[in-house]
Design a protein around this ligand. Structure first.
Ligand SMILES: *[C@@H]1O[C@H](CO)[C@@H](O)[C@H](O)[C@H]1NC(C)=O
Ligand SMILES: *[C@@H]1O[C@H](CO)[C@@H](O)[C@H](O)[C@H]1NC(C)=O
Ligand SMILES: *[C@@H]1O[C@H](CO)[C@@H](O)[C@H](O)[C@H]1NC(C)=O
Length: 491
């Protein structure tokens, strides 16, 4: 240990708590135990700030709620104290800062992620993106409680309603250890946390064991915008999912299923509880990942899925990744989307073996009519992801005739498909046109497409019509030292 380190250690030992900090701690205890806020509000600003920063989350929540109530009465009565009101408003922002610090301390990784998203969304984003750290704090806390309950319920020894008990570590992190014994038993139930903090939840992930009949009752105060369901496989879980979907139908914007296995009946059931004849749903993003849908190998999916797709004017992105759908089903989905005049922005059908999916497309030149009909198009589609679909040269040729129906495409991902040089060559007529457009295609991914240097060079030559350079291009994992039928490389 160097001398300076020793010095530091020594100073740390010497650091004695100040009288003020001791008082703050005592008041914090008082607030948690007895919920007395009256005197606290009259404290001078400095003390109050320092108090706020030292309260555990549970107590801060109490104080914050108290402030919201008092502030409301100030605003409505508009009593004498303009000063007082100003002080209240300033405190409001103070609270947000403290919640932010608490969030950062408890979930440093999540914090980084949220900050990153903010940076990306950055300027020009709507108010929707602005963070409410109190909301984020309790949403994440609730997610922790639910995850822990699910973990416990999945243990082999699990027998009964213990899933409703919240782990002591989670409770400690919100200030549980400081509370009195009588409130403890209540605090330890999942019901308490759902009931008290459920209204802050906007996005939740739920695994199958939580999709029980009680769950919609537990989350009755939530207005969920995004839901992720994991490992939904049996009928009883599907019922739980449907209850939640119905309950949040008005607010739901994003729905995702991961590692699920649906029979055609259960998939139908899920689609039908989002789709109501009278009113279109508001879902913007729909994803199924690493899951299977019983009818995926047939030529269509349940009729309720068509209704779901075509009733959603707000639908902006569809992701079907590793869902074991076959070529017929993929074609059927494309046809359905083309007919439904959605304002779709992103379409992903990836990691599904759909070789030959477009084989019935009409290749008559000029008309470009195809089986799809002349007037159909996905006008707004801007991102198409067909990664890992086992597409070969013939598929690339057919794709040429389909991409014409997507005039606004700016990003195309064909990675992990054995297209070979012939495949990429047959797409060049499309690329030449797409590069000339007013808003040209700008992101092209051709990673691991069994291309040689020749294919890549031909592609690059076609991009000479571009007015601006490509935003991104990937030709990684292709053997570029191969020169088939091109003994002396010219490029
Ligand atoms: C085409 O895409 C751009 C953004 O890339 C978008 O602003 C525009 O509205 C889209 N056009 C149509 C017809 O949807
Ligand atoms: C490359 O693509 C093939 C399919 O064409 C796939 O099987 C393989 O896993 C891919 N390789 C990598 C490294 O992703
Ligand atoms: C790439 O192709 C060359 C020439 O055909 C061959 O010698 C080399 O082993 C290949 N590299 C890989 C990684 O496949």
């Amino acid at each position: 240990m160097r001398t300076s380190d020793l010095d530091q250690e020594y100073t740390k030992m010497q650091r004695i708590p100040s009288l003020v900090s001791l008082c703050v701690r005592a008041v914090a205890m008082e607030i948690i135990d007895d919920g007395h806020f009256e005197g606290v509000i009259e404290l001078p600003d400095e003390l109050l700030d320092s108090l706020m920063m030292n309260l555990p989350p549970l107590a801060l929540q109490g104080l914050h709620e108290h402030y919201v109530c008092s502030s409301r009465s100030f605003h409505s009565k508009s009593v004498n104290g303009g000063n007082k009101r100003q002080r209240f408003d300033a405190k409001y922002e103070g609270f947000d800062g403290v919640w932010k610090a608490l969030f950062k301390e408890r979930w440093p990784e999540n914090f980084k992620r949220v900050e990153l998203i903010n940076k990306v969304d950055g300027a020009g984003s709507s108010v929707d993106h602005e963070n409410d750290w109190q909301q984020l704090y309790w949403e994440t806390h609730l997610q922790n409680c639910l995850d822990e309950a699910a973990e416990r319920a999945m243990l082999p020894a699990f027998d009964g309603p213990y899933w409703g008990i919240v782990n002591i570590c989670i409770l400690n992190s919100i200030g549980y250890s400081a509370t009195k014994a009588d409130s403890c038993s209540k605090l330890r139930t999942l019901w308490f946390h759902c009931n008290k903090f459920g209204r802050y939840a906007r996005c939740l992930r739920l695994s199958n064991v939580l999709c029980i009949p009680e769950i919609s009752g537990l989350l009755v105060t939530s207005n969920l915008r995004a839901m992720v369901f994991r490992s939904i496989k049996c009928k009883s879980h599907v019922d739980g999912v449907c209850d939640l979907l119905r309950q949040n139908r008005d607010t739901l914007k994003s729905l995702e299923f991961v590692h699920c296995r649906f029979s055609s009946t259960s998939f139908s059931q899920i689609c039908s509880c989002i789709f109501l004849e009278a009113e279109p749903h508001g879902i913007k993003s729909f994803s199924i990942k690493s899951s299977s849908v019983a009818d995926g190998k047939k030529s269509s999916l349940p009729a309720d899925f068509v209704s779901f797709l075509s009733s959603g004017r707000s639908l902006e992105s569809i992701h079907l990744s590793d869902t074991s759908i076959g070529s017929k089903c993929a074609k059927w989905i494309l046809d359905t989307l083309l007919k439904s005049s959605l304002n779709l922005i992103t379409l992903e059908i990836s990691d599904n073996d759909i070789r030959g999916w477009l084989s019935k497309v009409d290749r008559r030149p000029g008309e470009c009519s195809s089986l799809l009909g002349p007037k159909l198009s996905l006008k707004s589609l801007s991102i198409l992801n067909l990664r890992g679909c086992n597409l070969c040269q013939d598929d690339a040729e057919d794709l040429n005739y389909v991409l014409i129906h997507m005039p606004n495409l700016t990003s195309l991902d064909l990675s992990d498909n054995p297209l070979e040089d012939e495949g990429i060559r047959s797409l060049i007529p499309y690329f030449v046109k797409a590069f000339e457009k007013a808003s040209p295609i700008s992101d092209v991914y051709l990673q691991n497409c069994s291309l040689s240097c020749k294919g890549v060079t031909e592609f690059l030559e076609s991009s000479q019509t571009l007015r601006e350079p490509l935003n991104s291009l990937s030709v990684a994992e292709n053997n570029l030292s191969r020169f088939p039928r091109c003994e002396s490389p010219q490029y």
